[in-house]
Write a new protein. Structure first.
Lengths: 355, 287
């Protein structure tokens, strides 16, 4: 009798535990620094009962990590929209998004539609937008007020005090600045090779001007803050956060156009907590939560009305860097076709090796 | 009964080593080899072949980068030996008791923090607004900030510093075992400092020198952080290339091929070094 009772209790306990674990999941989130601030996580956990584990990463690492595990290990990831269709075609690491589980009314419609289009592969939609921003120039105006476009970084007046990354945004930015249109040539390999060859020559010619090719966001901020570098290619948020400490330094939208990116939500193929993932998406797209994320990451979100609760100081910086015509001139990254990055990689290697 | 026991304990003792060897070294390398011989022909299409290895030999950039990495690693090894030998000799032969322990400990202390922190330490010292540059301006030797960072010399400094311990420890051990009376006998027989060093100390320390050199060479060749952080815009390093292929280019096939080439070529260099110095692995590492 006692035995039956204990096993009954054990069964009951197992049932209860099973029931709670079906509701409360652990959301393993693969994201960028600042996109999942502590205060937002606390609110989310209190409201839904799910727990959140955050792993901070960047575009390339996200794809590499998911490729290594065949799309496992994480339940929600946030690569940029141009890294979804190509990566899906190549490595099959995401699963389609069930739009019926997402509250589409919370999104800025144009941005949602654009992202849907860009992340479609084989008629399935893989991504919805979250945070957007641009990369362009961060300039110390007291020292290098003349730097207004990517090519100005090669000017003799800033020799030895310039830094940019050896990554694809640099190739794209320089190409636009040279009057070429790399995005139009994305699907024409010969034309794209042609553009890359011209950019390669320019970057090699420009190399003596460069102090160092920066790698991480903190590195370039240090270089600019110490005054060792006076003009760099970098993200808008980096420029704005430096602007808080030193009013001379700020983000400048280049004449050729700032390069616009949208970071998205995607579901890794073997993610286990889809319920929690959809709950997180709907939760963070609420205007007041989106404003909290903007205050933490420095970038605006695709949430409708999400810019209202944002810090006044950040809004002012944004408006200074982006007069209306500069906003219209933003070059949004289209989907990177598979194989393109091999071509670009070879160019970047040769630039690095050149003397 | 007894032999069953001893055989069982032999197997038990052998198991951790076998697991380590199989799980962490042999199996990953088999997978890496399989990846390295699949050549990409299109989206999700691969054929088996040696195309990835051919890339290394046909594109001079990769070949040159390897040569540069190997050359700088060898130079770093020699520099480490040149600096490490007097240090080790002093610790092993000229000090006793507590001083000896203290000095040995002082060689160890920098290794209590991670390599990243040590490298950042050098960046703080060497950068344009860093301590060296400011000090030179302060004492009037320089009129404007000097950039010490982002060149090959900075890489060399970083490499020598990070690998110093691995040279000093084997040297101290072998020099410790050298009987002082042999050195005295050398002087008694009319030798001077140089001949004693050449005829007695170095031959005795040879196994330590060689094993230290092997470790330092392999550490430098496989170093990733130091060359990338200190080297700046010209700092091509072979491990950096492998990282790029894997992480930023998504080209695991080429990355694996490079990994294998690094393994083969570095083993060849070590083998050649052993042959040239007339040592064998059993003499140096096996002792």
């Amino acid at each position: 009798m006692k035995k039956i009772l204990t096993s009954g209790i054990a069964l009951l306990a197992a049932g209860v535990m099973g029931a709670t674990s079906a509701q409360a999941e652990t959301l393993r989130l693969l994201t960028w620094g600042g996109y999942a601030p502590e205060n937002v996580i606390e609110l989310f956990e209190a409201e839904t009962g799910h727990t959140v584990e955050v792993t901070k990463s960047n575009n390339e690492e996200m794809v590499a990590k998911l490729r290594a595990t065949n799309g496992g290990g994480f339940d929600l990831a946030q690569p940029s929209q141009d890294r979804i269709a190509g990566a899906q075609a190549e490595f099959d690491i995401y699963k389609p998004i069930d739009l019926s589980k997402i509250d589409e009314s919370q999104f800025i419609t144009s941005m949602l539609e654009a992202t849907k289009g860009n992340t479609t592969y084989n008629d399935e939609i893989y991504g919805v937008p979250h945070v957007w921003g641009t990369s362009g120039l961060v300039v110390n105006k007291a020292e290098a007020g003349d730097v207004k476009d990517y090519l100005d970084l090669c000017d003799a007046s800033v020799a030895g005090k310039v830094s940019y990354r050896l990554k694809r945004p640099t190739l794209i930015g320089f190409a636009f600045s040279m009057g070429l249109d790399p995005f139009a040539a994305y699907n024409d390999e010969e034309a794209y090779k042609d553009i890359l060859a011209k950019v390669e020559d320019k970057l090699i010619e420009c190399k003596p001007n460069v102090k160092t090719y920066w790698g991480g966001g903190d590195e370039i901020k240090n270089l600019l803050r110490s005054g060792e570098v006076v003009a760099a290619m970098a993200w808008d948020t980096g420029g704005w956060s430096l602007n808080e400490d030193n009013a001379d330094i700020t983000f400048v939208a280049p004449e050729a156009g700032a390069l616009g990116w949208i970071d998205t939500f995607v579901l890794p193929k073997r993610g286990r907590a889809d319920e929690a993932a959809y709950a997180w998406i709907n939760f963070v797209m609420q205007p007041e939560i989106a404003a909290m994320i903007t205050n933490s990451a420095g970038n605006f979100t695709a949430s409708k009305g999400g810019d209202e609760g944002v810090d006044e100081a950040l809004k002012v910086r944004y408006q200074e860097s982006f007069p209306p015509e500069a906003v219209d001139n933003i070059k949004w990254y289209p989907t990177v076709p598979a194989n393109l990055e091999t071509l670009e990689g070879a160019v970047l290697d040769r630039v690095k090796a050149a003397n | 009964m007894n032999s069953v026991h001893s055989r069982l304990s032999l197997y038990l003792l052998f198991t951790p080593f076998l697991l380590w060897l199989a799980l962490l070294i042999i199996i990953p390398h088999i997978f890496m080899f399989l990846v390295s011989i699949s050549v990409k022909t299109g989206v999700r299409e691969y054929v088996t072949g040696l195309g990835n290895y051919m890339v290394f030999f046909t594109e001079p950039l990769y070949w040159n980068t390897f040569a540069r990495t190997a050359f700088m690693s060898i130079s770093a090894t020699f520099l480490t030996l040149l600096i490490g030998f007097p240090v080790a000799y002093y610790i092993a032969k000229l000090t006793r008791g507590r001083t000896k322990t203290t000095l040995f400990l002082m060689c160890l202390i920098p290794f209590w923090v991670s390599e990243l922190v040590r490298t950042f330490g050098w960046m703080i010292l060497l950068r344009e607004t860093g301590i060296f540059s400011s000090f030179l301006q302060y004492i009037g030797l320089a009129s404007e900030p000097i950039e010490f960072l982002y060149n090959d010399a900075a890489i060399m400094v970083g490499l020598v510093y990070t690998s110093m311990l691995f040279m000093v420890v084997p040297l101290v051990t072998t020099l410790d075992s050298l009987d002082d009376s042999l050195i005295e006998a050398g002087y008694d027989l009319g030798g001077n400092g140089i001949t004693v060093l050449r005829e007695i100390i170095i031959p005795h320390a040879m196994p330590g020198i060689v094993s230290g050199c092997i470790v330092v060479f392999m550490l430098s060749l496989g170093n990733y952080l130091t060359p990338i952080l200190l080297g700046g815009k010209d700092s091509l390093w072979f491990t950096g290339l492998i990282y790029d292929q894997f992480i930023t280019r998504f080209n695991w096939e080429l990355g694996s091929a490079f990994g294998f080439l690094l393994l083969i070529l570095s083993s060849t260099i070590v083998w050649a070094g052993l042959k040239l110095s007339g040592q064998s692995l059993t003499d140096t590492v096996g002792r």
